[in-house]
Design a protein around this ligand. Structure first.
Ligand SMILES: NC(=O)c1ccc[n+]([C@@H]2O[C@H](COP(=O)([O-])OP(=O)(O)OC[C@H]3O[C@@H](n4cnc5c(N)ncnc54)[C@H](O)[C@@H]3O)[C@@H](O)[C@H]2O)c1
Ligand SMILES: [Zn+2]
Length: 696
């Protein structure tokens, strides 16, 4: 898996690319505030390298290629032995080619490899004098680094004192575990600071920061042990002769954290195949690790092989980084949705500008709870670092705060349950609908009682909650079994309200089939689809008898929707039976069912061609603007019902297929479009007289 490179077309583009890369690297190493994610940076640098390979005489001296830290970092504490970077491979083939070239250089196969995780943090050298930690130095440009000794004491795994009073340098990676990162951002934002975009940036920024009002913990993993000028000769000689794996055992023995303490300890391997097996194992465990890794480091284990191979100016020849696909990308947070789970938990979910991570396009990411959003100071429109590893649901790691423009908006939290409209229990971090598991029932009953469905006046959300909480209703059919006494026993239900509700329920029983069907809330059957189905099949029995193929006779139902409607109706069978038993109407007035012709798909089998009678027969009608006169009280849905009762088809957009546009007051673009296309226009009054016989 190789990430495609950025294509550089000419010298000007090359110069720009170099400038962009140097700026990004400087920001990255200085405080973790690059505007590029690693993948974007790596593609840029590979593009630069590709161009330089073709134009060796035009390489700019500022180019990041071939330099430690892209030439962007420096320092004034010289390293005793250069602290280099690593070359990369991305596939088994590239790894095999590297091993083969190393073997050629050595004159024999590598005696033994070591393989260990490549920690995604930053390299430091920790100098111990007679067992005491005296100095902490960054990698810098590889030759000299920056003194960050102020961080001593905040890095777990790097003891102040070793188990033995030896003078040595331990090299390794400082990082933040996921938990340390979340804590660091919480503390930081609580102090009015901006959150770090990811653990690596957080570690880089924290390690270099001096005089902060607060301290946050980091973690160290050692992967190198070498003598210092003051190390006694015996030890110095011993360290220079030990294999990498032996040095690691020694390091752990001195009390320093190493890979041995992780789920993915370093191992040795005799062959490249064994190495590749280990690479796969580590890759598979990546998502479960409590810290980030971006690859596997493979080293020639024996000191003799290392010494024979030597090092280049940027990287040793005896080690290679087998890079794993990037799991982090920067994208934008467009919206936050609030979804209600089965148990009533109201969970936020981020809607992202689609971004590809490791071959999948990511459009959503989990956000845990409202407190989490506040803690991380997330805003709508923010650039965010999105993390996705393995099959784990993508998560927003943090905002990329330094990319803010000021146009970002606060994320609004819901005031009521977004599904059923009840109150929200905010006493815990995870918000929950006060209805808990009943939330869904309250929502579906409220929907069924709505104006465009059964239109049950007096049955608002509050009353539904009351009925559900009193245990009087457990499904839609239960509404029709409510007795006068039961209702009277409820709080705030007097004689009048009770009678009104019972009358509204009696009226609801007589609603046309289209509205009953809509009230069931079958996915994919909103108002207009319910009307089309009801007009096509005329009775609930015909609908229930229809298979997926028969359902596809209805305009707008395709091969995907049909089976899911059939399945959902089958699931709803007991409820539909209950409604029928409660006396709810199951027929569509004015509609007759004509079974489809034997050959499906031929002329005359779709709903539109079911010969419809009425003044609007064969017409497609669009309503726009405010209705007046006899139509004034009608909702859009009721207007559409009227159109269909009168034999027409209702539509919401004007096209060449539109036959009539009913344009009321303040009709805007639809009216203009109708005029453009020469579609017939009618005022609400003209239309009312046209369909007078069908007005109820
Ligand atoms: N986003 C940006 O703008 C930006 C800018 C510059 C660099 N970067 C990123 O930094 C990386 C390149 O930086 P680099 O030169 O520091 O190299 P690197 O991180 O790819 O590899 C070398 C480093 O790996 C580390 N390492 C981790 N585990 C190790 C182990 N077990 N053994 C030995 N070394 C181990 C050491 O710190 C070593 O210096 C790239 O991934 C690049 O994307 C990003
Ligand atoms: Zn709810």
């Amino acid at each position: 898996m190789t990430t495609p490179v950025v294509q550089i077309v000419d010298a000007a583009a090359y110069a720009q690319a170099v400038e962009d890369a140097v700026t990004a690297a400087a920001a990255y190493y200085a405080g973790g505030t690059s505007s590029l994610d690693d993948d974007a940076y790596d593609r840029l640098v590979r593009g630069i390298a590709a161009w330089e390979a073709d134009h060796p005489d035009q390489v700019l001296s500022g180019s990041p290629t071939g330099k430690v830290a892209g030439g962007a970092a420096e320092g004034d504490v010289p390293h005793t032995v250069a602290m280099l970077s690593l070359d990369n491979v991305f596939s088994p083939e590239q790894f095999a080619a590297w091993a083969a070239s190393l073997a050629r250089r050595l004159g024999h196969d590598v005696e033994r490899f070591s393989a260990e995780p490549k920690f995604d943090g930053l390299a430091v050298a920790a100098r111990y004098t007679q067992g005491r930690l005296t100095r902490l130095i960054t990698r810098g440009d590889g030759i000299a680094g920056e003194d960050v000794s102020h961080a001593i004491g905040t890095v777990q795994g790097l003891p102040d004192e070793l188990a033995e009073p030896v003078t040595v340098e331990v090299r390794g990676e400082v990082l933040m575990t996921t938990v340390q990162f979340e804590h660091a951002n919480e503390v930081r934002t609580a102090h009015g600071g901006q959150p770090f975009a990811n653990p690596r940036n957080a570690a880089a920024g924290t390690l270099r920061a001096k005089d902060r009002a607060y301290t946050v913990a980091m973690t160290f993993f050692g992967y190198g042990l070498l003598p210092l000028p003051d190390t006694d000769d015996v030890l110095a000689e011993r360290l220079s002769a030990l294999a990498h794996s032996e040095l690691m055992t020694l390091t752990a023995g001195l009390g320093v954290n190493t890979t041995a303490a992780t789920l993915v300890p370093g191992v040795t391997a005799a062959t490249t195949d064994e190495v590749l097996t280990r690479v796969k194992e580590i890759a598979a465990l990546r998502a479960d690790l409590p810290f980030g890794i971006d690859g596997i480091v493979i080293k020639a284990d024996l000191a003799a092989d290392q010494q024979a191979a030597g090092s280049g100016s940027r990287a040793p020849r005896w080690a290679i980084a087998y890079k794993l696909p990037a799991v982090e990308k920067i994208t934008r947070l467009l919206e936050v949705e609030w979804n209600v789970g089965r148990t009533g938990i109201i969970a936020p979910r981020g809607v992202l500008e689609p971004v590809e991570i490791d071959g999948s396009t990511i459009t959503y990411a989990t956000l845990h709870n409202p407190a989490d959003i506040t803690r991380r100071d997330l805003r709508l429109g923010d650039h965010v670092m999105v993390h996705r590893a393995g099959d784990v649901i993508p998560r927003i790691e943090a905002p990329v705060a330094h990319l803010r423009t000021g146009a970002e908006q606060p994320i609004l939290f819901p005031q009521v349950c977004p599904r059923c409209g009840s109150g929200i229990d905010t006493s815990q971090e995870r918000w929950r609908c006060e209805q808990g598991r009943n939330c869904h029932l309250v929502a579906s009953l409220s929907y069924a009682a709505g104006r465009d469905q059964l239109d049950i006046e007096g049955l608002g959300a509050t009353r539904v909650v009351q009925l559900v909480e009193a245990g009087l209703v457990t499904d839609l059919a239960g509404l029709f079994a409510l007795t006068r006494d039961q209702l009277l026993a409820l709080e705030r239900m007097g004689d009048t309200s009770t009678d009104n509700l019972l009358a509204a329920l009696a009226k609801a029983r007589t609603q046309p089939l289209s509205r009953v069907l809509c009230a069931l809330g079958v996915r994919g059957t909103g108002r207009s689809m319910s009307r089309r189905i009801a007009r096509h099949f005329a009775t609930m029995d015909h609908i229930r008898a229809a298979d997926a193929e028969a359902l596809q006779q209805v305009e707008g139902i395709g091969p995907e929707k049909a089976p899911s409607i059939v399945a959902e109706l089958a699931e709803l069978a007991p409820l539909i039976d209950g409604l029928a038993a409660a006396g709810v109407n199951m027929t569509e007035p004015g509609a007759t069912f004509t079974p489809a012709a034997a050959e499906p798909g031929t002329e005359g089998t779709d709903a539109a061609s079911t010969p419809a009678a009425g003044p609007l027969a064969g017409m497609t009608v669009v309503v726009t603007g405010a209705m007046t006169g006899p139509l004034e009280q009608l909702s859009r849905n009721q207007m559409n019902e009227l159109i269909e009762r009168a034999g027409g088809r209702s539509s919401s957009s004007v096209s060449r297929k539109t036959t009539l546009v009913v344009a009321g007051d303040n009709a805007g673009s639809k009216r203009a479009k109708a005029e453009d296309l020469g579609v017939r226009l009618a005022t609400p009054d003209e239309f009312a007289s046209l369909v007078a016989d069908h007005l109820v």
